[in-house]
Design a protein around this ligand. Structure first.
Ligand code: PMV
Length: 333
């Protein structure tokens, strides 16, 4: 009872920001992302009678109790759905520079959901797999698919209609996503807490909800028409609006640091000098810059020249879930 799966991380162009149900990870709004080719997680899962608890290895090291608890919660759901009661050994390798603000939780929980459901013998389609990955981390439901992906918020209370779908295959439109690594200065407010505080206290949250569907429509039209400028303008606008909700929260907070502003200003300067480049920012200080492949070397060079920039990773649209031959590196009995 074992399987190995690989999942790539994703970056939201239209953000998921706010939950309507915290326990089931049900979002307030639809979101849209690109799955990235460079960053991924490979996870092997083996269920075995001999185990008395789940065991979780992250990058070759036995994980902490807190890390293992999050994994066990998703495994509990999979055990409940399948009717199998065995515990598992989970062995995960993360090829995600987590310090660069690329949440490894998206690729991590997508790979875990895929490997664990296969290992336990569940025969499910990708839509159902997406709803299971969602229960580990919301954005993980989008990492089941490659390319351009929309997460449908759904309407049902049980969340069975809240899953992701591919909008456009990764090979259908190439873009460059530059992930700019800055030196982190302060402790992060986790997305879960940031969302909750924005939903509950920010007067700007209503404005976010009222306009996000329109942003999504514009972004999908831009993808359909392969209109890079239209996509860039709406993704930057959408990121700014998400961050505006944090400024209006009580107590207010912001994810940006001085280095974040340096990158934002550089992107605006690049645009003034004729390069189409646009930024987006998640729940942290680091910035992702989107541009066209023909401009990627120049734009990367301009970003690398900024003093607080430590590194810039070049990514393109990447694939969805894949299953690999099982590699048994950690044994249970
Ligand atoms: O699923 P989480 O908890 O990693 O939350 C993701 C939140 C954002 O990255 C800010 C937006 C998004 O849609 O990915």
């Amino acid at each position: 009872m074992e399987a190995t799966a690989k999942a790539h991380t994703n970056i939201a162009l239209i953000k998921y920001w706010g939950k309507r149900d915290e326990e089931l990870f049900l979002p307030m709004n639809n979101s849209l992302s690109i799955t990235l080719d460079q960053f991924y997680t490979i996870t092997s899962v083996q269920f075995c009678e001999c185990l008395t608890a789940d065991k979780f290895y992250l990058n070759e090291t036995l994980a902490t109790d807190d890390e293992t608890k999050k994994i066990s919660e998703l495994l509990d759901l999979i055990r409940k759905l399948s009717g199998v009661k065995m515990f598992a050994v989970v062995d995960s390798l993360n090829k995600v520079p987590t310090a660069a603000g690329f949440a490894s939780s998206a690729s991590g929980f997508a790979a875990l959901a895929a490997a664990a459901t296969k290992a336990i013998g569940m025969d499910i389609d990708e839509q159902t797999l997406s709803t299971i990955a969602r229960r580990g981390s919301g954005s993980a439901c989008r990492s089941i698919y490659g390319g351009y992906v929309e997460w449908q918020k759904g309407e049902l209370l049980d969340g069975t209609d809240s899953y992701a779908e591919q909008v456009l295959h990764e090979k259908e439109w190439d873009l460059t996503i530059l992930s700019v690594l800055l030196e982190p200065k302060e402790k992060k407010i986790l997305s879960r807490e940031g969302m909750r505080r924005s939903v509950e206290t920010s007067p700007f949250y209503q404005g976010w909800l009222e306009t996000v569907d329109e942003d999504l429509e514009v972004a999908k039209q831009a993808i359909n028409e392969r209109n890079f400028e239209m996509l860039g303008e709406v993704l930057e606008r959408n990121a700014m609006k998400m961050h505006a909700t944090t400024l209006g929260a009580n107590p207010p907070f912001m994810y940006w640091q001085s280095a974040t502003f340096d990158v934002m200003e550089k992107v605006q300067e690049l645009r003034e000098s004729g390069f189409r480049a646009y930024f987006t920012i998640d729940a942290g200080p680091n910035v992702k810059v989107l541009c066209q492949p023909k401009d990627e070397e120049y734009v990367r060079g301009a970003l690398m020249a900024l003093t607080p920039v430590q590194d810039v990773y070049t990514c393109h649209p990447g694939p969805g879930i894949s299953y690999l031959p099982h590699t048994k590196r950690k044994t249970c009995c």
